[in-house]
Design a binder for this molecule. Structure first.
Ligand code: BES
Ligand code: MN
Ligand code: ZN
Length: 523
């Protein structure tokens, strides 16, 4: 079992007198100390929220932290024994970078700092965050970021070790966030929201981190069904028989090489108040393992392809959060699940597949399987009716080459792409709009079918754009849509950083939730 989420509360009493195991304060770096400043202390600045703790140190806190090597760099965590100066035995200074020109640091800076501090404090029971929370209109965004950062930094995947790990320190059990007014209903609402959203992100991470032999399509569908039913969502599962009867050629083609059959899971949320009348579709790629199929991938790094269902996991996670947050808009989630394996039954390069809805695709590379399973789900979503279609997938290595490991690529109709970018910025999941040029589509003309699955000459130029261009063919005319390629951001293979632990990140759950709430509020 994954350790439970930390318990989160708000406090408005003096942080110097809190009975906790550690108090976290913020420190800013000061790149250019004033000319008249003496000593190393001048390179550091205490952040708002640290005043009471600083006072208990008789003005020597900055100097002491500097002696311990604090620079205020983002992500830096310095621990200091308090020896009776404040009630908590440990003060932790977390770096917030240069002092902001405005009232408070950017929410994402605080989200990462809270995550880094809670991660570094594993083993402690109770921790207080005395970080900057402005007493104005920015407070909501800041509080949201602190709460999310703390709850996500406290995430750890259970793993599969058979022996107890005595040296392993358990995630922090309780986090208290210091705020100006703990009884403020708006602040309380943010705590509830952060709990709902991070529960969804944590479950998404669990699914991504689960070993691929434990999460083949039927097991994935079962896990999603169970969580969705418990959240009050309506669930429809198409198994291999229903997929065959329905003519879902793309999902079936990819799944036919595996002994574990494919699934299409549809989750539906309907607002109690009837909502705005608008309908949003979320579509996710759920390849539980991508070996490449007959066009097999190299062995190096292939194990990371257990994360190739991150898009579907994010759609599942987002649907659970939506069920809890209850926005005034109808939302349907489509999770397209298959395992891409080489075998005597596999689909092969050269095959022509009749997709759901009747379009015919010439397969050139069985490793471009994501677009095959997504196209069927997109056609189904449009057939069911939708006013906005958001699709997310670990679709191309080209996304990682062009935008790196942190920034998702967004392709689709211009206005919705811009809204994805704005929502991503707001939640700290950056995404960047990319074009779908005519020449890329021209390159995908097939001699024998309606479209080639990739460039007909197997030219990898504009690789990420080929994915988006292919998917566009399957979106019904006039539907605003966005394809969010998260091949890089969905999975973190390096050391933990900020609120990201190793493995699944839960990107883009928070973007999807933000955007659905935006559509519910503004159409
Ligand atoms: N799942 C991969 C894309 C991927 C790569 C995700 C790296 C995460 C990290 C996808 O199915 C794939 O294999 N794409 C091919 C497409 C090609 C065959 C047209 C790729 O990116 O090379
Ligand atoms: Mn592939
Ligand atoms: Zn794939």
């Amino acid at each position: 079992m994954t350790p439970p989420s930390p318990n989160l509360s708000l406090v408005d009493t003096d942080p110097a007198e809190l009975a906790v195991d550690a108090v976290v304060i913020g420190v800013h770096s000061q790149p250019e100390p004033p000319a008249d400043a003496a000593g190393p202390a001048a390179t550091l600045l205490l952040a708002t929220g640290a005043e009471a703790v600083a006072a208990a140190f008789d003005g020597r806190l900055t100097e002491t932290l500097a002696l311990l090597g604090a620079t205020g760099a983002p992500g830096e965590v310095i621990k200091l024994a308090t020896l009776g100066t404040v009630t908590a035995p440990v003060v932790v200074a977390v770096g917030l970078g240069p002092e902001p020109s405005g009232a408070a640091p950017a929410p994402e800076t605080l989200r990462r700092a809270a995550g880094a501090a809670i991660r570094a404090l594993a083993g402690a029971q109770r921790v207080a965050l005395a970080l900057p929370v402005p007493d104005d209109t920015d407070a909501t965004a800041v509080l949201r970021a602190l709460a999310e950062g703390a709850l996500l930094g406290g995430y750890r995947f259970a793993g599969y070790k058979t022996r107890p790990q005595p040296a392993r320190r358990e995630p922090v059990a309780e986090v208290a966030i210091c705020v100006p007014d703990a009884a403020d209903p708006a602040a309380g609402a943010e705590v509830l929201r952060a709990r709902a959203v991070t529960r969804a992100v944590r479950l998404t991470r669990d699914w991504v981190n689960t070993a691929p032999n434990e999460l083949r399509p039927p097991a994935f569908a079962d896990a999603v069904t169970e969580a969705a039913r418990a959240a009050g969502l309506t669930v429809e599962v198409l198994d291999e028989k229903a997929l065959a009867e329905g003519g879902y050629g793309g999902i079936l083609a990819v799944g036919q090489g595996s002994t574990a059959p494919p699934r299409l899971v549809k989750l539906s949320y309907r607002p109690a108040d009837g909502g705005s009348g608008k309908q949003v579709a979320l579509v996710g790629k759920g390849i539980t393992f991508d070996s490449g199929g007959v066009s097999i991938k190299p062995a190096q790094g292939m194990w990371e392809m257990k994360s190739d269902m991150a898009g579907a996991a994010a759609v599942g996670g987002a649907m659970l959060a939506i069920a809890e947050l209850a926005p005034s808009v109808a939302v349907d989630g489509y999770l397209s699940m298959a395992e891409n394996m080489p075998s005597g039954g596999s689909y092969r390069p050269g095959d022509v597949i009749t997709m759901y809805g009747g379009k015919r695709v010439e397969v050139l590379n069985t490793d471009a399987e994501g677009r095959m399973v997504l196209a069927d789900a997109i056609v189904r979503a449009c057939e069911d009716g939708c006013d906005y279609l958001l699709e997310t997938s670990t679709l191309t290595g080209g996304q990682v080459i062009s935008l790196g490991k942190r920034v998702a690529g967004v392709m689709g109709t211009a206005e919705l792409c811009e809204r994805v970018r704005t929502a991503g910025d707001a939640v700290g999941e950056p995404a960047w709009p990319m074009p779908l040029p005519d020449d890329v589509r021209k390159g995908m003309d097939s001699d024998i079918a309606d479209i080639s699955q990739v460039n007909a000459g197997m030219d990898r130029a504009g690789h990420m754009l080929q994915g988006g261009t292919f998917l566009r063919e399957f979106v019904a005319d006039g539907v605003p849509w966005a394809h969010i390629d998260v091949a890089g951001p969905a999975y973190h293979s390096g050391e933990p950083t900020g609120h990201w632990t190793k493995g699944g990140t839960g990107v883009p759950v928070r973007t999807l939730v933000e955007l659905v709430e935006d559509i519910a509020a503004n159409g």
